[in-house]
Design a protein around this ligand. Structure first.
Ligand code: 13P
Length: 299
C-alpha cells in the first residue's frame, strides 16, 4: 500500500473516535519493531522521524530503509516528520517523500527559546503551504509543551481561542496542544488537562495531538481520546523497553563470558543477540499502546 497522509488517517480517527499512535524510528530495528507491531495489531500507523535524529545519523539512508520496509505494507502508514524546527528542515523531509510533516514553530531552531505567537504563525503558514502544494499533511503546535508544575502556571497550556486563530491563519491539518504533557519521563504523576482538550476541540474541530505520551496515566489517555485527541506520540517508552532488554541480555552475556574466560575459551560476540530482544521489546510497547489508543484493529 502506498503511503497515506496523516490527514487521511485522521478522517477515520475522527469518525470512529480513536487516536492513531505515532512512534519514533531512529534506525532499522526501531522502524522494523514499529511496523511489525502495526501489522500484528492491524492498526493504522504514523511512523515518525524527529529532527533531532540528525544528531545521530543522516536521515536519507534511514528513510530509504523505511520506504523499503513499508512498501509492501497491508496497513495504511503515514511517514511523518516530528518537530521540524525550521522551514529548511521541513523542505528536506518533503524531498525524502514524507507524507506528513510537523512544523514546530513554538520554539526557535535551538529547540529551547520560545518563538512569539506571530513568529510561530508565520513559519508554520509557510511550511503548511509547501506541504500542501505536494499533497502532504501538516501538523503545527500552539502553546508550549511542559509540565504545568514546572512553571507553577497554567499559562503554558494551549488557549482555545488562540488555537482557533492559529488553525485559521496557518491551515494546519493537525494541531499539537499543550495540556500538561511533556517529553520524557515525569517527576511523579503528571496532571493532564483533559477538559482543555474538549474546549480546544469545541473551538477548532481539529484532530488534536498529544505529545509526550510516555507516562501519561491510561485513564488520562482514554479521557483525552474521548475529548478529541486523535494522534498520540510515543518515544521514551520505547527507549525504556529497549534499555531494559539490553541490560537483561548484557547481564546474561556477562555470565557466559565469565564462564568462557574461566574455561580459557574465546568469547563469542554477536551484535544480533543484543538487538533482536531490544527490537522485540519495542514491538511489545508499540502494540500495547495501539490497543490503549483504540487504533488496534482499525486498519
Ligand atoms: P515521549 O518521549 O514522552 O513519549 O514523547 C514523544 C513525543 O512527543 C515525540 O514528539
Amino acid at each position: 500500500m502506498p503511503l497515506v497522509t496523516s490527514g487521511e488517517l485522521m478522517k477515520d480517527a475522527m469518525k470512529r473516535e480513536y487516536a492513531v499512535g505515532a512512534f519514533n524510528a531512529i534506525n532499522m530495528e526501531t522502524a522494523q519493531a514499529i511496523v511489525a507491531a502495526a501489522h500484528a495489531e492491524k492498526s493504522p500507523l504514523i511512523l515518525q522521524v524527529t529532527e533531532t535524529t540528525l544528531k545521530y545519523t543522516e536521515p536519507e539512508p534511514l528513510v530509504a530503509c523505511i520506504h523499503e520496509l513499508i512498501k509492501e505494507s497491508t496497513i495504511p502508514v503515514a511517514l511523518h516528520l516530528d518537530h521540524g524546527r525550521s522551514f529548511e528542515i521541513v523542505m528536506r523531509f518533503l524531498r525524502m517523500g514524507f507524507s506528513s510533516v510537523m512544523m514546530d514553530g513554538s520554539l526557535q531552531e535551538d529547540g529551547k527559546t520560545p518563538r512569539t505567537t506571530e513568529e510561530n504563525l508565520e513559519v508554520t503558514r509557510q511550511a503548511v503551504e509547501a506541504a500542501h502544494a505536494l499533497g502532504v499533511s501538516a501538523e503545527g503546535e500552539i502553546g508550549r509543551l511542559g509540565q504545568v508544575s514546572d512553571e507553577q502556571s497554567e499559562e503554558i497550556l494551549t488557549d482555545p481561542e488562540e488555537a482557533a486563530q492559529f488553525v485559521e491563519a496557518t491551515g494546519v491539518d493537525l494541531l499539537a496542544v499543550a495540556i500538561g504533557t511533556t517529553h520524557g519521563l515525569y517527576k511523579g504523576t503528571p496532571k493532564i488537562y483533559t477538559d482543555r482538550v474538549a474546549e480546544i476541540r469545541e473551538r477548532t474541530d481539529m484532530p488534536l495531538v498529544m505529545h509526550g505520551g510516555t507516562g501519561v496515566p491510561d485513564e488520562d489517555v482514554v479521557e483525552g481520546v474521548k475529548n478529541g485527541i486523535r494522534k498520540i506520540n510515543i518515544d521514551t517508552q520505547m527507549r525504556v523497553a529497549c534499555h531494559e532488554a539490553l541490560w537483561k541480555i548484557m547481564n546474561e552475556i556477562e555470565g557466559e563470558y565469565k564462564q568462557a574466560d574461566a574455561a580459557g575459551e574465546p568469547r563469542k560476540y554477536d551484535i544480533r543477540r543484543l538487538l533482536a530482544p531490544a527490537r522485540d521489546a519495542i514491538q511489545e510497547v508499540v502494540a500495547e499502546k495501539m490497543r490503549l489508543f483504540g487504533c488496534a484493529g482499525k486498519a
